[in-house]
Ligand binder design. Structure first.
Ligand code: FMN
Length: 211
């Protein structure tokens, strides 16, 4: 059984490419592990505010010494970390907006990457505290950036997950989506093939709504 945390962050709801591809990936994981449980978070619908100093500082106050405001602020990050830790598989649907990840996804990252909770500092550097979690990153982009210096998303996400100890990461790319109908079709079909070829699984039917 897998416990899958599926997080999407596109502005475009059901029309989102990253969300739809990631949903197909989740369906494929479920096919391989039919008793899986899925928790879905829509960060566009339920966006988190940017992390501010007051909220950050609330984490440094021992839980039993927090005032009422600090309790509310610290609970935001506490709950998201608790939720992340109660899953063994993370699926992130990642649109490219202005060469970066959506700010809503960054606001989630800023609350789950937390010293003493998901990583700790040592004299040798930082050590991730999350064990045995597998992550899948599904990227959707208007242009083509994979393996170029302009791909600011992939390295950042792999590093930030690695910082927390999530070392097993697989990536799916749908690129060139705004480069003409032919390129878009080819890219979406390629991404679906890559989803079907992910390590150790039975294929799902290609979702014609996507391709
Ligand atoms: C605000 C905004 C900014 C975008 N910036 C970029 C960009 O910098 N590079 C790019 O290749 N595509 C860019 N795009 C195109 C999206 O990456 C593309 O539409 C992709 O499908 C978004 O994923 P989604 O469909 O899951 O939302 C942008 C789209 C929007 C709405």
């Amino acid at each position: 059984m897998k416990r899958i945390l599926f997080i999407h962050s596109s502005l475009f709801g059901d029309d989102s490419v990253s969300t739809r591809l990631a949903r197909s990936l989740v369906e494929r994981l479920i096919k391989n592990n039919p008793d899986s449980e899925v928790t879905r978070i829509d960060l566009a619908e339920n966006s988190l505010p940017h992390l501010g100093a007051e909220e950050f500082n609330s984490w440094t106050v021992p839980a039993d010494q927090r005032d009422d405001t600090q309790k509310v602020l610290a609970a935001r990050s506490d709950k998201l970390i608790e939720q992340l830790l109660s899953h063994d598989t993370l699926v992130l649907a990642v649109p490219m907006y202005n060469l970066g990840i959506p700010s809503t996804l960054k606001a989630w990252i800023d609350r789950v990457v937390r010293a003493g909770k998901t990583f700790r500092y040592t004299s040798q550097g930082s050590v991730g505290m999350i064990k045995g979690m597998h992550a899948y990153l599904v990227f959707a982009r208007g242009g083509i950036y994979r393996d170029t210096p302009l791909d600011s998303q992939t390295g950042h996400l792999i590093s930030v997950l690695g910082l927390m100890g999530i070392q097993q990461t697989e990536t799916i790319f749908a690129e060139g989506l705004n480069m003409g109908e032919e390129a878009r079709k080819e890219s979406l079909a390629g991404a679906m093939t890559d989803i079907n070829n992910l390590s150790g699984g039975k294929p799902v039917e290609v979702n014609s709504a996507i391709v």
